[in-house]
Design a protein around this ligand. Structure first.
Ligand code: NAP
Ligand code: GDD
Length: 341
């Protein structure tokens, strides 16, 4: 019988790549979707026709219990979150509820449905749980590069909520013997990335300027540095983590770091444009507290899981610019478009 996976956040970037990967691996894939008429569900229906959908919300404990009871998954991937860092200052409480408390609700749904208690721990054949932890937890970094033992110093309500979810996942593993792991993933991007994140904002901006649809691109802090990889590679890592004999946490990243300025240079360069003619620095886009530098040390994932990234930063930027040129030239709307590349 096919193994069954339940993914929260199926309408997001990572949910789509993970679902594709698990379908290729022969899984029966279920996606948790929220709302009574969520417009992003049509994107999933178009791209991922073999994915089955179940209704539920990370804000609603009962709905998660029902979803786990209905699907009877072998593996649960908790990717659902308020994931845009600036929004976490505007809606800090909602971020804590979805991104933080949502992890507790999902773990509780698994615990209750599996009949696990402190005295009767999880046995073999239990549901395996993956939590989407984040390099934002490192925040104001204590060392570079960052590995699984680097202390956390989150710099946003989002980072704090992720840190809660991370420690809670560890705690359920230790308290109940559950197979629960966190992937500490550094920034990963693709042509399916939300338009609010900097890489996609830049690739869309370049495409608009190249096609004569805009004449400037407003950005915030150009000096921040990130370790950017390709989302498809990172979805593969999530699956690999849940196949390991022992439940452990892993850092996933490329080990290279680039500034937003270098990203901009590469993206405009890919379209034959000089960025300095078009980019406007806007103080209003700076954050109340910035994460200045992220750079992964993914040695553990490489040696224990055999995971390697396959797409370089330069290839990723070129892929995103090309996809957005094609999308906009074809009259597509990145905010409405229901066809993902
Ligand atoms: P994304 O594109 O923003 O997707 C977020 C998903 O969360 C969407 O499917 C959204 O569904 C869902 N969601 C929001 N509120 C929800 C709720 N109340 N109940 C259930 N689902 C809800 O994010 P992503 O880039 O794919 O990232 C996936 C996960 O990895 C997130 O947890 C993110 O924080 C984490 N992460 C991402 C990165 C990265 O660089 N991409 C790095 C580290 C960690 P709707 O369509 O219903 O809004
Ligand atoms: N979004 C955005 N828009 N960011 C900008 C802009 C702009 O106009 N100008 C400069 N930046 C800088 C931000 O200040 C930040 O330092 C960097 O670009 C990256 O911003 P985002 O792409 O929004 O991503 P993030 O690093 O804050 O968060 C992403 O990665 C995390 C993992 O480290 C998200 O995907 C999080 O969900 C994820 O956990």
């Amino acid at each position: 019988m096919a193994r069954r996976a339940l993914i929260t956040g199926i309408t997001g970037q990572d949910g789509s790549y993970l679902a594709e990967h698990l379908l290729r691996e022969g899984y029966e894939v279920w996606g948790l979707v929220r709302g009574q008429a969520n417009p992003r569900v049509s994107r999933v229906r178009q791209l991922l026709q073999d994915v089955r959908l179940v209704r539920g919300d990370l804000l609603d404990q009962g709905s998660l219990i029902s979803a786990v009871e209905k699907v009877q998954p072998d593996e649960v991937y908790n990717l659902g979150a308020i994931s845009f860092v600036p929004m976490s200052w505007e809606q800090a409480e909602l971020t804590a509820e979805v991104t933080g408390m949502g992890v507790l609700r999902m773990l509780e749904a698994i615990r209750v449905c599996s009949g696990i208690t402190a005295s009767r721990g999880a046995g073999s054949g239990q549901i395996r749980f993956y939590q989407a932890s984040s390099s934002e937890m490192f925040g104001q970094v204590r060392e570079t590069p960052q590995n699984e033992r680097t202390p956390f110093h989150p710099r946003s309500p989002y980072g704090v909520a992720k840190t809660y979810g991370h420690f809670l996942t560890q705690n359920y593993r230790e308290s109940y013997g559950m197979y629960a792991v966190s992937g500490i993933l550094f920034n990963h991007e693709s042509p399916r990335r939300g338009a609010e994140f900097v890489t996609r904002k830049v690739s869309l901006g370049v495409a608009r300027i190249k096609l004569g649809l805009a004449d400037e691109l407003r950005l915030g802090n150009l000096e921040a540095r990130r370790d950017w990889g390709f989302a498809g590679d990172y979805a593969r890592a999530m699956h690999m983590m849940l196949q390991a004999a022992e439940p452990e946490d892993y850092v996933i990243g490329t080990g290279r770091t680039q500034s937003v300025r270098e990203l901009v240079e590469a993206a405009f360069g890919a379209a034959g444009l000089d960025w300095e003619r078009y980019v406007v620095c806007d103080q209003a886009l700076h954050r109340p507290a910035e994460v200045d530098l992220l750079c992964a040390d993914p040695k553990k994932a490489r040696t224990q899981l055999g995971w390697e990234p396959t797409v370089t930063f330069e290839e990723l930027v070129a892929m995103m610019v090309e996809a957005d040129l094609n999308l906009l030239a074809g009259g597509g709307d990145p905010h409405q478009d229901s066809s993902w590349p």
